[in-house]
Design a protein around this ligand. Structure first.
Ligand code: ADP
Ligand code: ASP
Ligand code: MG
Length: 510
């Protein structure tokens, strides 16, 4: 079995959905399970709808819902112009009911929000199913989330054992149905969404087409990659291919860096780090199920399916020691405490981190140059206000006694990271020179064998990435090219383990 996940841009229009159907049908001998995202932009549109519902703004909800409906019917009519789309219409009636309930109650809970934004995937499965029928297969759309989760709405945590039960039950139902089909049957499942199985039901209204009430959850934005990987693990699939709109994991975002190249191979760990540092191509949590279960995980291009894409592997000898890619993440803030008496506060750093995480803020990087001095904590800016409040409570006495002279948040920051596996320290020197030549002075940096991370002004981020790619990644790629006769062909880097060829020199400066 092969799990094929298609992202929003891959299913962005009727024409594209037909292409997706052709890819899946072409692989039917390997028992594909198609996991689909919502159509591009639809989750954002549903999020805006959920916000309007929470405000009880009925007119806004109606207008937004009509636009989403139009978008789906445009796609539907290009997939099957003369077809009967009553099921899609029914689904919009059920969505309309769910929105009306939220709007009347002015329900802005995360549970209600998840209940609304997960509809993008439940609508998409119908379009993909029909497209499969149109290209000569038999589509079978599963109407419910296959992922069992906890009730942490907004970014739920999956439960592997319960997910296995949900997924195998669905798969068995499909197999029973497939037996009666003259054409190749293809299972289509919604990505991104989960259900909090076994948790007390919230006030959410069950959509009419579900047979029972569920608590709809989501796995966090961009989470359909993760759901595909979880489904592959639950169904013991041989592989999970994440189809997107580029040729795999690149050495930098190809939209930003013209010279970025697709990597034929990358380790799970490096890919996970890259994703956590802002490379949108893969959800950060999607690599763990593959690393654990051992199925093949690959990133491929829907619009160039013959390209091998990027294979994720446990470890790659060929890229050992080399920087592989650079990524950036915006919307960060730095929490800074001031005052000459800071070192007199016992366990300052630990208490600070605890207060910030108690506020629900995500700590991205934390440092103190020497113990007890000048702590600097970089966090996701979303949590900055809550973090400051918690710090004020935690250190009320120290502030009153003047041990802490001031606390500040520095906004408008970004993180820029060069990722590799077991990076030699000399690459750090090269990276710092690259930033200096752009006159970019990091406010904080951290160097580890896994990654070189720089906290810089968000306005400098694009420039930093382009320069680091030119001065650090491209020399590393040239070095790899020298090591190998066919450096990027057919995913060959992993083969043959060229450990004896690791000796290298730092390239000259530009
Ligand atoms: P999907 O809708 O298929 O999930 P995403 O938009 O989430 O697609 O991710 C694909 C996009 O990620 C690409 O179009 C690309 O611009 C961006 N991206 C950022 N960094 C990288 C990278 N290192 N390699 C490949 N793509 C990247
Ligand atoms: N549709 C969801 C989102 O936009 C999940 C995904 O596309 O991966 O976040
Ligand atoms: Mg994505």
């Amino acid at each position: 079995m092969l799990v094929l996940k298609f992202g929003g841009t891959s299913v962005g229009s009727g024409e594209r959905i037909l292409r997706v159907a052709e890819i899946a049908l072409g692989l039917h001998a390997r028992e594909p399970v198609v996991v689909t995202s919502a159509l591009a932009g639809v989750t954002d549109a549903l999020l805006a709808l959920a916000t309007a519902a929470a405000q009880g703004d009925r007119a806004e909800c109606d207008a937004r819902l009509a636009a989403i409906e139009q978008r789906h019917f445009d796609a539907a009519h290009s997939i099957d112009p003369g077809g009967d789309w009553a099921a899609l219409r029914d689904r919009f009636v059920a969505l309309g009911d769910a929105i009306a309930t939220a709007c009347d109650a002015q329900d802005g809970s995360l549970a209600m929000r998840d209940g609304i934004i997960g509809w993008g995937e439940l609508l998409a499965v119908l379009l993909v199913e029909r497209a499969i029928n149109r290209v000569g297969g038999s589509g079978y759309a599963w109407d419910e989330p296959l992922i069992a989760t906890d009730d942490h709405y907004g970014e739920a945590t999956p439960d592997a054992a319960k997910t296995r039960t949900l997924a195998t039950t669905a798969w068995e139902a499909f197999q029973a149905w497939r037996g009666s089909q003259p054409l190749p049957g293809i299972f289509v499942a919604p990505g991104f969404i989960g259900q909090a199985v076994g948790y007390p039901l919230t006030a959410q209204r069950a959509p009419d087409f579900l047979e029972h009430w569920i608590n709809s959850t989501t796995l966090g934005r961009g989470g359909s990659d993760y759901s595909a990987s979880l489904i592959a693990a639950a169904l013991d699939a041989e592989a999970c291919w994440i189809y997107t709109d580029v040729d795999g994991v690149f050495t930098a975002d190809p939209r930003l860096v013209a010279g970025a190249q697709p990597l034929p191979i990358i380790s799970y760990a490096a890919a996970g780090r890259l994703a956590l540092c802002g490379a949108k191509v893969l959800h950060p949590r999607s690599v763990a199920p593959a690393a654990q279960a051992g199925f093949e995980l690959r990133v491929k291009n829907t619009f160039h399916p013959e390209h091998e894409g990027t294979l994720l592997v446990a470890a790659s000898d060929a890229t050992h020691g080399l920087p592989l890619a650079v990524a950036g993440r915006r919307k960060l803030a730095m929490i800074v405490l001031d005052g000459p008496s800071l070192p007199t506060i016992p366990n300052l750093f630990g208490r600070l981190c605890t207060a910030i995480s108690a506020a629900g803020a995500e700590i991205v990087l934390a440092a103190q140059p020497v113990p007890g001095h000048d702590p600097r904590i970089v966090i996701d800016a979303v949590g900055a206000d809550a973090a400051q409040q918690h710090i004020q409570q935690e250190f009320a006495h120290e502030i009153a006694r003047g041990q802490i002279a001031g606390q500040r948040t520095i906004d408008g920051l970004a993180l820029c990271t060069v990722v590799g596996d077991t990076l030699a320290s000399t690459w750090g020197t090269l990276a710092q020179r690259a930033l200096a030549s752009e006159k970019i002075t990091p406010r904080l940096h951290s160097a580890a064998p896994e990654a070189l991370t720089y906290i810089i002004a968000a306005t400098d981020l694009d420039r930093a990435i382009v320069r680091l790619h030119r001065d650090v990644i491209e020399p590393a790629l040239r070095e790899l090219a020298q090591q190998r006769a066919r450096p990027y062909a057919n995913g060959q880097w992993a083969a043959g383990g060229r450990t004896q060829q690791r000796r290298r020199t730092i390239p000259p400066q530009h």
